[in-house]
Design a protein around this ligand. Sequence first.
Ligand code: ADP
Ligand code: TRP
Length: 324
Amino acid sequence: MRVLSGIQPTGRFHWGNYFGAIRQYIALQHADEAYYFIANLHALTTVRDREVLRRNTQDAALDLLALGLDPAKATLFVQSDVPEVSELCWVLMTITSQGRLERCHAFKEKKSKGIAADMGLYTYPVLMAADILAYDSNVVPVGEDQVQHIEVARDLAKAFNHRYGEVFVVPEAKVMPDAARVPGTNGEKMSKSYNNTIEVFEEVKAARKKIMRIETDSRPMEQPKEPEGDHLYQLCSLFVDDAKRQTLATRYRTGGFGYGEIKKLLADEAEAFFAPARERRRELESHPDRVIEILTDGAGRARRKARQVLDRVQQACGLAYTNP
Ligand code: ADP
Ligand code: TRP
């Protein structure tokens, strides 16, 4: 089984990205083969500053490695280091209908808000299909929001196979469980776009400040509260074991506590939870060459695989002319 997923380097990873996506990638790295990449070509549709994009790409690599992505188990690389994918994207574009892309939500949303969308955003799902199909991926772990894009990849694989013969593996989406929908500091879904995030490697003091400012209701301290549905409880639950979670739920139901106390618990637990990763990140930061080496090695492995698939594609549709 070959697992593949990508994550965009559009900013520093937050708790939502970790519990909703990254944690599962790391858990799946024990598959026969796992490919994870930093989707810098996709990020180019929103990050227009070269220094920011470079820094985000480096930060994404450091974060993923520090959080436990093991380059001995998984192939980690940067999307643009595999040019075969962009070539495959063109071939797939020739069998993609315009209507199919117009219905995709990232584009539709921008258009409905009257924001000018470029061809990068419009063809975003085709590049994503190329990312997936270029490595004969079987399973693609993603958040709920990406399922529509995996459907596009499946449909394109089937359409191509129908026209040219069995060239592509038809991938399956593996959706992250609902439980991992992480709320932000205002109770809405945590997202960069809502300005309600707490970053995984946020400076400890700054993280504490954000935690202490998490919005809560103003019910009096004595009043018993139902933990389910309370976003502070949900956040605590991400970091503590079952026994601690049950104790916390009982405290909510008994009442007589202040939210400040729970926030302090959250800050302590989150700090302890990410402490080993923080230490690994510090260590990696002082060896930037090692990170470049990992990414270069990953790109080499990924390119070899993508080349094989692209050769098949070129043969199948008559592009292999001078080199049949
Ligand atoms: P953002 O909404 O901050 O821009 P992205 O869209 O870049 O985050 O998300 C990258 C990955 O992290 C996706 O797979 C997405 O499903 C997951 N993710 C983002 N926010 C959350 C969240 N609050 N809860 C669970 N998963 C999330
Ligand atoms: N679009 C995905 C996201 O925003 C990132 C991505 C790019 C991806 N290519 C992919 C995910 C291929 C899975 C497979 O989260």
